[in-house]
Design a protein around this ligand. Sequence first.
Ligand code: DGL
Length: 264
Amino acid sequence: MDNAIGVFDSGVGGLTVVRALMERLPFENIIYFGDTARVPYGVKSTETIAHYAREITEFLLNHQVKLLIVACNTMAAVAHQVITDLSPVPVLDVISAGAESAVARTRVKHVGVIGTPATINSNAYARAIHHHDSDIRVFSQSCPLFVPLVEEGWLDHEVTRLTAREYLKTVLCQDIDTLVLGCTHYPLLKPLIQSVAGESISLVDSAGAMAEATSSTLQRMKMKRVHETPPVYTYYVTDVPLRFQSIGERFLGRALANVRVVKW
Ligand code: DGL
């Protein structure tokens, strides 16, 4: 099926998921939506986030996507129901994918989760993890400063390291063996977080888990693109496409073209 996969996020961060998708499913067409005019979502109310999520879902459905991927952990945490209620096509989200990998990895059944305040306050990761195994203890910590630090490009900066030490203190003292990076931006801090957390802690990067889940869903529903010709990638943003492009190329690890601005 030639219809695109629709991926959406509050801004540029969801490109970490797009990158994993491009690697795992190199022939799939992708339409990405980044709400760069209204980012960050992670510090906004549930009602506001749900309202934004509804608008983006409608936009992508109007582009005949065959599958919706909620790359934004914050939207997945608080607006999952709103999105699935609207969508006639399957909806996958980063929280289920990340929770499943955390459950598969933990041996000591102590899992840490970090994310935006909205994601952590929603308790969505703990619920998703307990859905698979109610014996697992989940320790959560919101890390609101990580998003601006990543957007600034301070991926290996002393300020980011000190911030990470401070945030991770509370989860690291709980003898966790698995830490879920519950935000689109955090995979870019993976080396830094790994060095602060220590090599013995397994970091769950929801981008990779999401690409795996997408591949199996397409396979199962017989929706994989049959043509092995170069795919089309289109990026819609709501503001400042130049900044999206420069930061986006860092997230994507490759040149980014075909960026269009949407005026609501
Ligand atoms: N995309 C958001 C997330 O994954 C991070 C950025 C924001 O707060 O909007 O939670």
